[in-house]
Design a binder for this molecule. Structure first.
Ligand code: G3H
Length: 335
């Protein structure tokens, strides 16, 4: 397979500096059960194609740093641990404000950048909002009984309201996997609609927990149902399943987004999450998005990485790019 060089933008412009465009929100559509039942996924073809992706694009050295800086602006910098503390969340927010050392940015000819968002449990929303005051970095809350999403439905809806009240501008909800496994698309649609409504102005990311959905066909169907019910983003995983973001799942979800856009004119965002910790994996994802959806999707309003440790590896690669030497991973703590 011939490798193609990945350029930052159509004219080689600095990708971290592209102007921010504002997209009309996806209002959703009626649930189209005929369309859902007609969706298929050719698993072996998808897996074959996904296997070629990491080697398909080479990133020329002079573009690499620009792409890595771009990736940073697309990270939902995340901490979702049972032992999270206010101190850890404040340190994470400081990192989101200044993800790369100023001397490295200066050497790369870049001004200040920040991550796409900070993502925390509901309990930590207020702390994060305080710590990010004066910036336009949104706080994303994982609500609705994350990660299993099995608490009583009214409580899940109430949790969304609490997170919005606490200042979260983005809500990452988890769907009920059972609805997918039982083919109960109406129940999934109704659940997603109610959650979207509870979010109000806050944008809603629907976490499919793809590692628990059984088949790629289910992933395709759940993606479409959530978009029909008004999801602003579809997201692969909580990071807590035994299998999280993968390239085959990403191909299926990205193509669902493309089809939905072709059918309705609305652009829905994509968030692969869980287990993305290496700079080279981030580049593979960005190349995939550029190929399948185009440059418009390479903006924070339409693409995010859900990742807790990716930033550390990207920093190491940028430092290497500037100084010619790798630093130890422990020198890049996240929080
Ligand atoms: O949504 C974000 C994920 O929970 C982060 O997963 P990770 O810790 O494997 O990067």
């Amino acid at each position: 397979m011939q490798t193609e060089s990945l350029k930052p933008g159509a004219h080689g412009e600095d990708t971290a500096q592209l102007p921010q465009v504002h997209e009309p929100r996806n209002p959703g559509t009626e649930l189209d059960l005929d369309l859902i039942h007609g969706l298929q996924a050719n698993t072996s073809a998808i897996e074959r194609r996904a296997a070629t992706l990491p080697g398909r694009r080479s990133v020329k050295k002079e573009y690499q740093a620009a792409w890595l800086l771009k990736a940073i602006t697309l990270i939902d910098l995340t901490t979702l641990s049972g032992d999270d503390t206010e101190g850890r969340v404040r340190r994470l927010c400081a990192k989101a404000r200044q993800p790369v050392r100023p001397d490295i940015l200066q050497a790369l000819g870049m001004g200040p950048i920040h991550t796409g968002a900070v993502c925390v449990y509901h309990d930590m929303v207020e702390t994060a909002v305080q710590a990010l005051k004066g910036t336009d970095i949104p706080v994303a809350a994982v609500s609705t009984g994350f990660p299993a999403g099995l608490s009583p439905f009214p409580l899940r809806i109430a949790e969304i309201g609490e997170s919005v009240k606490a200042g979260a501008k983005e809500i990452d909800i988890v769907i009920t996997r059972r609805h997918v496994l039982q083919g109960n698309w109406q129940a999934l649609y109704d659940e997603m609609r109610a959650m979207r409504e509870a979010c109000g102005e806050a944008h809603v990311k629907a976490i499919l927990a793809t590692g628990e959905l059984g088949t790629l066909r289910n992933v395709a169907r759940a993606s479409h149902v959530c978009m029909m019910a008004g999801a602003d983003f579809i997201k692969t995983s909580t990071g807590k399943e035994s299998v999280n973001a993968t390239l085959p799942v990403s191909l299926v979800m990205i193509r669902a987004i493309r089809e939905y856009h072709a059918r309705t004119g609305y652009r829905v965002g994509y968030k692969p999450a869980g287990g993305i910790s290496k700079a080279k994996d981030a580049l593979t994802y960005l190349a995939l998005i550029k190929d399948e959806l185009g440059d418009r999707w390479l903006q924070p309003d339409l693409f995010r990485f859900g990742a807790s440790s990716l930033l550390g590896d990207i920093e190491r690669q940028l430092e290497h790019y500037v100084t010619g030497a790798y630093s130890a991973a422990y020198r890049h703590p996240m929080a």
